[in-house]
Design a protein around this ligand. Structure first.
Ligand code: PLP
Length: 402
């Protein structure tokens, strides 16, 4: 008799954003005349930059000619793109990465969700709390997290590292032994970052404890402050203990196009097995590569023209973040993040839960954000707004808040 994977039944609720979407749809049905401003989901709104569109058009033409048509490509990504990634994202920053260490994919969501497959089911995972839900949920599905405790709202085999205003959103090194450590910097949802010195403690910890860091740098392009690492490989020794996930979704507005990459250094050996070989084996078995047209489009990000255009878009979102931060502060809120990240994390008034604040904001101001508790128990009492809206709706939202 066929049986389901019962681990799926341990997943908490429906996916956060579908719950929000449902609440918003219900509200709109009841109030069709109200203009709802959505600053909830982290999706970009500006169109794809001209340099990418041009390259993709050209690639479409190539696909229509017998001589230049492309069928299945390499599972790891075409060399032309892997080489550009090495050159622009690493070599220019003084980091030595080989093209064989780069695995091009259709998203950091899949990669961060899939990577845990390579590890023993008894490995312990450590996640920050709050956290991007994919890290936890993918481990729940695999059966690595133990049971859910309704009282604590935590899985009993997971090590949660709270990040709150009390510790200035800097996670503390785990006291217990952990094997896989997920770090997302700049952070979704809190928008905060670690300095090089702070990140070095994690690399040292991983080395001492034979742990592995899964470093999600999906928001790297938003970093402006000095001394904030753009890549974990800026930290000495990180190539022995860290995987890095990067995405073009927020960097280049690719949430709809879909392209990302994961760096798996050849140095990483676990019980004498090369992790690079293992991930390669996994990808070759379960993944058939990113479309040629997409990869040519992504390649165009790595040109002077492409870089100038994506920077203009990032500047636009950054200005939105400033408008939100200042607008919320004027309205009397305490806010975090929004400087090196497109997320603003605000403290909701005392005595109000994150979901109550969500409902109130939707009902009274017709603004949608994301309740902090949806990202983990320590997110309770906080709320996330994103800078990815249009300038007009961002300004209007802040006018409504004041
Ligand atoms: N990692 C983090 C921290 C994210 O917030 C997101 C998207 O919101 C992703 C990964 C997903 O990126 P992608 O669009 O490349 O799948």
């Amino acid at each position: 008799m066929v049986k389901i994977n019962e681990n799926y039944l341990k997943l908490q609720d429906s996916y956060l954003f579908s719950t929000i979407a449902k609440k918003v749809a219900d509200f709109q049905e009841k109030h069709p005349d109200k203009k709802v401003i959505k600053l909830g989901i982290g999706d970009v709104t500006l169109p794809v930059i001209p340099a990418v569109i041009k390259a993709m058009h050209q690639a479409v033409e190539e696909m229509g000619e017998k001589e230049s048509f492309k069928g299945y490509g390499p599972e790891q990504g075409y060399d032309f793109l892997r080489e550009k990634i090495v050159e622009w994202d690493y070599k220019k920053r003084g980091i030595s990465i080989e093209k064989e260490e780069i695995f091009v994919s259709d998203g950091a969501k899949c990669d961060t969700g899939n990577f845990q497959e390579l590890f023993d089911i008894n490995n312990t995972i450590a996640i920050t709390d709050p956290v991007y839900p994919v890290y936890l949920d993918s481990n729940v599905m695999a059966g690595r997290t133990g049971n859910f405790n309704e009282q604590t709202q935590k899985f009993d085999k997971v090590v949660y590292m709270p990040v709150t205003k009390e510790n200035n959103f800097v996670p503390e090194l785990p006291k217990e032994k952990v094997d896989l450590i997920y770090l997302c910097l700049p952070n979704n949802p809190t928008g905060t970052v670690l300095s090089k010195e702070e990140l070095k403690k994690w690399v040292d910890y991983a080395k001492e404890n034979k742990a592995l860091i899964l470093f999600d740098a999906a928001y790297e392009a938003f970093i402006v402050e000095e001394d904030v690492p753009h890549s974990i490989y800026e930290i000495e020794g990180a190539k022995e203990v860290a995987i890095e996930f990067k995405s073009f979704s927020k960097t280049a507005g690719f949430t709809g196009i879909r392209c990302a990459y994961t760096v798996v250094p050849k140095e990483i050996q676990i019980e004498g097995v090369s992790l690079n070989n293992l991930w390669n084996r996994r990808q070759c078995t379960k993944f058939n590569g990113v479309p040629y047209i997409t990869q040519r489009g992504t390649e165009a990000v790595y040109t002077e023209e492409g870089q100038k255009q994506i920077k203009e878009n990032i500047e636009y979102y950054r200005e939105n973040a400033r408008i939100i931060r200042e607008g919320l502060e004027r309205a009397g809120y305490t806010v975090y993040g929004g400087i090196n990240a497109p997320y603003i994390w605000l403290k909701v008034p005392d005595g109000v839960t994150s979901w109550e604040f969500f409902d109130k904001l939707l009902e009274e101001k017709n603004i949608v954000g994301t309740p902090g508790s949806g990202f983990g128990p320590s997110g309770e009492g906080y709320f996330r707004l994103t800078a990815f809206g249009s300038r007009e709706s961002t300004i209007e939202a802040m006018e409504r808040m004041n």
